[in-house]
Write a protein that binds this ligand. Sequence first.
Ligand code: KG4
Ligand code: ZN
Length: 358
Amino acid sequence: MRPYTGKQPILAIESSCDETAAAILLPPGLILSSLIASQAGEHARFGGVVPEVASRNHLLAIDPLVRRALAEAGITPRDLGAIAATSGPGLAPALLVGVSYAKGFALALGIPYLALNHLEGHLLSPFLGRESIPHHIALLVSGGHTQITEVRGPGNYTVLGRTLDDAAGEAFDKVAKLLGLGYPGGVEIDRLAESGDPAKYAFPKAMMERGERETLDFSFSGLKTSVRYFLERNPELSKSPQGMADLCASVRHAIVEVLIQKTARSCEAAGLNDIAISGGVAANRALRSGLTELCQGKGWRLHLPSPELSTDNAAMMAFAAIHHLTAGESSTLVREIEPRWRVGPETPPCPPSAEFRR
Ligand code: KG4
Ligand code: ZN
């Protein structure tokens, strides 16, 4: 096997959920191509991602996608220095497709294969194309994950807090379903909330009550129950446009306030001046404006990924791969997928089923 020189382009593949993605990156951070084949439409009618359907669609999409990524980058497979793939966390049948494809391709070319952690890709995504990564607090908020991590540099992570049940995006999506909005509903709640009053209805800000203030963990499953009971008591509200707007604004406020306050507390406690946010929910307008305001007030810097790097993509995975490959790391071809892989050795245990439920 030819070892990675640190100079050739690398191919990264992402298939942990319902997006098949392939990207080619030239070190240290030039994206030569980045393509995504989304299957969201295939899953929308089920109201969530069906693992076997995702797996089947990855299988159909992956080879044409990689060929196109190579063509757009203007290179041939022989120019590649290494191939990396998301190995976890994620849906096992979906991960298997990307990982098997990457291993087979790397073996055929005689170049290194590298197993990647999906969360690390999100964590580093705000810094793609930048010269350095500051010591910072990262808020990762997506449909599958919600965690606060202290990032000292690539590969050096301590998870400070995480969700004990639903992820923030999952909470948005489940409430959206109760309100009869489409899947994924986070975007729709965010849009409707813009013309609503966030103080109109008080929904629980979980893990923010007295005695729970100190924890940096999150819990969002109680919110959807509370919204369900609220809707049963006030069925007329969701029929009026203003009622819906106020409801969405109040729900968004309950979720976003907890995220902002716990992130602020983590940054203060660690004595840091940099906050980064990543994952699909990082697109939320109230979260962005709340964190911007916080950072302006405190004199902290806020690092945001570009919109195309916020949702699942392979460019962020390739960027994470570069750091490991240039440090001389690679993975053996017998390494299994890791559907419940976490970042950081200090990560506390998480109850079963919460990790990759969507
Ligand atoms: O990172 P992502 O694309 O996929 C993973 O879960 O890995 O995140 C998707 C999630 C969905 O739950 C979606 O509803 C949520 O991000 N989302 C939003 C917004 N845009 C996407 N949630 C709230 N406000 C938004 N603007
Ligand atoms: Zn993701």
